[in-house]
Design a protein around this ligand. Sequence first.
Ligand SMILES: NC(=O)c1ccc[n+]([C@@H]2O[C@H](COP(=O)([O-])OP(=O)(O)OC[C@H]3O[C@@H](n4cnc5c(N)ncnc54)[C@H](O)[C@@H]3O)[C@@H](O)[C@H]2O)c1
Ligand SMILES: NCCCC=O
Length: 527
Amino acid sequence: MHARLLRHFFFFFFLRQKFLKMSQQPLLQLLHNASLGSLELKEPLNFWCGARVQARSAGNAEPVYEPATGRVLCDLPPCGAEEVDQAVRSAHAAYLKWSRLSGMERGRVLLEAARIMRERLVDIAKVEVVNNGKTLTEAKGNIHMAVQGIEYFAGIAPTLAGQHIQMPGGCFAYTRREPLGVCVGIGAWNFPLVLAVMKSAPALACGNAMVYKPSPMAPITAVILAEIYKEAGVPDGLFNVVQGGAETGSLLCHHPMVAKVSFTGSVPTGKKVMEMAAKGVKQVTLELGGKSPLIIFKDCELENAVKGALMANFLTQGQVCCNGTRVYVQRDILPQFLEEVVKRTKAIAVGDPMLDGTRMGALISRPQLDKVLGFVKEAQKQGARVLCGGEPFVPSDPKLKGGYFMSPCVLDNCRDDMTCVKEEIFGPVMSVMPFDTEEEVLQRANNTTFGLASGVFTRDVARAHRVAENLQAGTCFINNYNTNSVVVPFGGYKMSGIGKENGQAVIEYYTQLKTVVVEMGDVQSLF
Ligand SMILES: NC(=O)c1ccc[n+]([C@@H]2O[C@H](COP(=O)([O-])OP(=O)(O)OC[C@H]3O[C@@H](n4cnc5c(N)ncnc54)[C@H](O)[C@@H]3O)[C@@H](O)[C@H]2O)c1
Ligand SMILES: NCCCC=O
């Protein structure tokens, strides 16, 4: 009897050890070679104090879907006040250590993180495909961009410096660029890892800590990033992930130990975030939505303009904030433009996002798909003509039958007052309109509350720069579109946002400037 009990004890002890060992494996190792239709997520997706953490309560858990199949990947319980507090406190403790390192030391750790991410690029990209539905080709490009982002800010870290300012009588002042403290990042679902990196890499490079909340629709790769940072040598607690939706986000925005909120998402949520941050006089960066104009003049190189319009509308199933979805084409070339753009849109291979040849995967969710298809129907009712696409698409592979696919759509006969031209659709729908003069098109292009991006195709150099100057948008692409880069500042005008991400400009948004004034003589007192 005694021996049997002992055997049982050792058996369960062995199982427990095995389980503990498993749960300590990096998430990516568990997801190694992720594939569609098979991934099951049992591991916790929160991360603070340097470890993955199970949410306290499984209540209110929301399903996370695999967009290409419609399968449930996991149920995601949201973090509550206690968990948010733990994550913020863990970030604050790490910030006290990290902010004392030199920029060179911080940069070295970030470079190691970039090296690890590059080594695992394909595996991470596959997880992004499973969770987001975008094609593997695009996901690989996204992860490559994330690696570059970490490398870029690793390089910026040692260059952070203040100014020396001479004052009368040999006195002088100097400025110190200091971190803010605990920064919160809140992300959208369309570029899950890229957005987490675009916020965390500059934040960490500047000496801050971060608590990041991914979108509950694409929660996985942020945790992989947390594990990579840890492996690279950041102190435990420096980068944390809390999962949840609006309520968790709002707890983060209100937390008194948070110095800044960097938010990426829609305009309505951005307004709420700004209001919440205002209560604590916290800094905000808002990267919001857009309805960007792309202007194609008759003197353009037509083939490039057509390719540019496709790149401006159909990457990531059209779910890109800066997409040029209002395509203004000078009347003389409209027929040729439409013929070519429709031919190429019809040729876009929609389907299994893991396959090399696929160029369009699945939209993020069933409601998003329905919403986008609804925009197409509404456009038709308002007088637009569907030249191609705009229909649900069912791939032949039975595994993908429940996926959220649609055929990319080109709308002609559009007018500026139509819903499809005024509102952000966030799906693969291009609205095309004719114009006659430069003055007219600029007025129409700027007649919007958005101001994220814009584009112009012309061979006339003077016109290109004149149009770029007069477009009210944070970015203007000349003779291409969506050629964003980590080295170039990105951010919106008007209701599309406040602040910049990427490029050196972002340093301004993750640091504060302290002025030190030095007297070299005696105090001249009036009293
Ligand atoms: N400008 C940019 O760089 C950029 C980049 C990507 C996406 N976007 C925009 O994001 C939108 C699509 O993303 P989405 O649907 O995830 O946006 P969303 O506004 O619904 O959600 C964004 C994030 O905010 C969180 N959130 C929701 N309510 C909140 C609240 N009350 N307090 C705090 N957090 C809250 C969500 O959980 C999510 O993490 C589009 O408008 C797109 O243009 C902008
Ligand atoms: N470069 C990432 C821009 C994301 C917009 O949706």
